[in-house]
Design a protein around this ligand. Structure first.
Ligand SMILES: Nc1ncnc2c1ncn2[C@@H]1O[C@H](COP(=O)(O)OP(=O)(O)O)[C@@H](O)[C@H]1O
Ligand SMILES: [Mg+2]
Length: 229
């Protein structure tokens, strides 16, 4: 593996929680992974295995007890929150299980919001936001509010929003977990195609072995460690 091609790395990440009863739960016991430019990776594991905790630590949204996380060679666990947030907006996109769209904004405005936050909203980028909505098959839903869309449509808006800043990687935490099987399959295929087409790396948490099979590398989080399947 050429180190230059590693865009994201997590090394020896440890994290424990204290349960309300006072008992210490060791969730991550030295978990690590690296993501190469443009590759798709899936991470599976039982419910409660620590997948979301690990993803949040990789995203800098939660801090680890120890270990290192690097984006493009920069140790983000050593940066201030402000500096981290600035890097994050350019470096990564997110797709969540519950969509996390802003209810008062239309589909197009939700996608444009990601551009606005990184200070990139201009005529060209707005055109790109429209193109992406078209790519995910929602050109006729641009003016719909989230409450006026189905789950599958909302997740397609969220996918367009995740990719609009041209991030190097998208982190997705069970993105089809709230969708019925058919819709989930459709949305996942679209998501994987879009990432491949834009050469955007993907770290996908999923329960679904069929979806995992479609990624280029399959990882499992087990007993607090990441193992290659
Ligand atoms: N803030 C917290 N305080 C205490 N325990 C937590 C906290 N967050 C997560 N946990 C515990 O850590 C474990 C892993 O949670 P999580 O990362 O959400 O798992 P997964 O996403 O794999 O289902 C679970 O047992 C959960 O109860
Ligand atoms: Mg989870």
């Amino acid at each position: 593996m050429n180190n230059l091609d590693v865009i994201l790395a997590a090394e020896d990440v440890k994290k424990s929680f204290r349960s309300p009863g006072g008992e210490v739960i060791e969730v991550l016991r030295g978990a690590g992974l690296s993501v190469l430019r443009g590759e798709s990776l899936s991470l599976r594991g039982e419910s409660g295995a620590g997948k979301s905790t690990f993803l949040n630590i990789i995203a800098g949204l939660e801090s680890a007890d120890s270990g290192a996380v690097s984006w493009d060679g920069t140790r983000i666990d050593e940066l201030s929150n402000g500096r981290q947030a600035k890097l994050r907006g350019d470096f990564m996109g997110f797709v969540f299980q519950n969509y996390c769209l802003v209810p008062e904004l239309t589909a197009l405005q939700n996608v444009e919001l990601a551009l606005r936050i990184t200070g990139k909203l201009d005529k060209n980028s707005s055109e790109y936001a429209r193109d992406l909505l078209k790519t995910v098959g929602l050109e006729k839903r641009a003016k719909h509010l989230p409450s006026q869309m189905s789950g599958g449509e909302k997740q397609r808006v969220a996918i367009a929003r995740a990719i609009v800043n041209r991030p190097r990687i998208i982190l997705a935490d069970e993105p089809t977990g709230n969708l019925d099987e058919e819709t989930g399959k459709h949305v996942m295929n679209m998501f994987l195609d879009l990432c491949a087409q834009k050469n955007t790396a993907l770290l996908l948490i999923t329960h679904n072995p069929d979806f995992a099979r479609k990624t280029s590398r399959r990882l499992v989080l087990k007993h607090g460690l990441v193992v290659e399947e």
